[in-house]
Design a protein around this ligand. Structure first.
Ligand SMILES: [Zn+2]
Length: 239
């Protein structure tokens, strides 16, 4: 039966470490994206709520103002009708004074109403065009979040499988080597590195000549600089 050299097991462990590490980065990136999109959704919803409330308020004010104007116009019409029949000059002067004063306040109401109508116009415009666009954006962001969450789920499953694969490899190495690997893992997330062009694949520190000789004879040695556990795959080392 052919025995797998220890360095090959460490090579597998190292590749899985790298894969898990990159998945962790992908997951962190995805989580950040989700958070960012959720923030935008909340901001859009707040803006929509604020604008809807403002729109309702101004629409209500305009309708009240219009009712006030209608009431004022009715009063003016009634006074003018009285004027037609009045014979007493004093009463006539008093009525004319009333009509003038009513017309003045009615004009003020109309001016104020015009200002509010302009305001209502801009709010109506927002409700017609901007509000649906914001709602559309919220829906799109929600869909994007669902897609990212689905991808996140996949990377989590891949991570879990990689960890199971690592456990399987670890179960075939001696407790001493496992202890070394564990010890390194507490310091560095990817504690295993290949020799690449006579340097450490983790920190690119040049490997000592005598170490290279031993590494090429299947030894596993720590890097003199970063202390990662080095292995040498002669088929790949020169690439
Ligand atoms: Zn190194």
């Amino acid at each position: 039966m052919q025995v797998t050299p220890l360095w090959q097991k460490f090579k597998q462990l190292g590749l899985l470490d790298k894969q898990i590490l990159s998945l962790v980065e992908t997951q962190a990136d995805a989580s950040a994206q989700i958070q960012e999109k959720r923030k935008t959704i909340v901001a859009n919803e707040e803006l929509l709520n604020r604008m809807t409330t403002a729109y309702k308020k101004i629409a209500h004010e305009v309708s009240l103002r219009e009712a006030d104007i209608a009431a004022a116009l009715a009063k003016i019409a009634a006074k003018e009708k009285q004027l037609e029949d009045v014979t007493n000059p004093k009463q006539q002067v008093a009525l004319e004074h009333d009509v003038a004063s009513l017309k003045k306040s009615c004009n003020e109401l109309e001016d104020r109403c015009l200002e509010q109508l302009t305001e209502l116009d801009s709010h109506t415009n927002f409700m017609k065009h901007d509000a649906p666009a914001l709602q559309q954006q919220i829906m799109q962001l929600r869909e994007e979040i669902v897609a990212i969450e689905r991808a996140l789920q996949t990377t989590q499953e891949t991570s879990a499988r990689s960890k199971i694969d690592q456990d399987a490899i670890i179960s075939t190495i001696t407790p001493e080597w496992f202890a070394k690997y564990q010890e390194m893992k507490t310091h560095i997330a990817d504690p295993i590195a290949p020799v690449i062009r006579d340097t450490c694949g983790g920190c690119f520190y040049e490997v000592l000549a005598q170490d290279l000789v031993r590494l090429k004879k299947n030894a596993i040695l720590p890097c003199q600089s970063c202390f990662r556990l080095l292995y040498c795959d002669v088929e790949e080392a020169g690439k």
